[in-house]
Design a protein around this ligand. Structure first.
Ligand SMILES: [Fe+2]
Ligand SMILES: [Fe+2]
Length: 169
């Protein structure tokens, strides 16, 4: 959510649109960040996970476009300050020197912060959509939420089974 813009919440629909705009900006920022994360990864499976999630992230933007159309709105210029911050922390890791496996572990930690942020955002937006009677939008958001959760679990698996083990060796 933007910190300097004046936001007006007169209805739950205003709140839903605001949440969707925040997610829209977050996802757009991620489409720029994920290729850099993939390039910085030294583990092949981590690189694949980031590349696969880049494609999913494009789908997430597509679903948000559908939701905006359904609501008869065009996404405004909400800046997701939280994602901006998370990505700048990620960039610090991307440019870090040192042991490649420790760096991979750091990339995973940064990426999981991002996924958890998205999971909470989509959870709220899905619940608001459901409450407002937009069950079609709720279904779309739930599909995205499941992909975010699956990515989070995959990252845990890559960390526990490969990256952390190598980083400790
Ligand atoms: Fe996403
Ligand atoms: Fe994601």
């Amino acid at each position: 959510m933007g910190i300097f813009s004046t936001t007006e919440f007169n209805s739950m629909e205003d709140l839903l649109v605001n949440q969707l705009e925040d997610l829209y900006d977050a996802e757009k920022r991620l489409t720029d960040a994920l290729p850099k994360m993939a390039e910085a990864a030294s583990s092949g499976s981590l690189r694949n996970a980031f590349t696969t999630h880049l494609q999913q992230t494009r789908d997430h933007i597509g679903r948000l476009d559908v939701a905006f159309r359904r609501l008869g709105r065009t996404p405004g210029h909400e800046t997701c300050q939280a994602m901006k911050g998370l990505i700048s922390e990620g960039e610090q890791v991307i440019h870090a020197k040192g042991d490649p496996s420790v760096k991979d572990a750091a990339l995973i930690a940064a990426a999981q912060r991002v996924e958890h942020y998205e999971i909470s955002g989509y959870g709220s937006a899905r619940t608001f959509s459901q409450r407002l009677g937009y069950s079609d939008i709720a279904d779309l958001l739930q599909t995205t939420l499941q992909e975010e959760s699956a990515t989070d679990k995959l990252l845990t698996q890559i960390a526990e089974q490969q990256v952390n083990v190598k980083a400790m060796a």
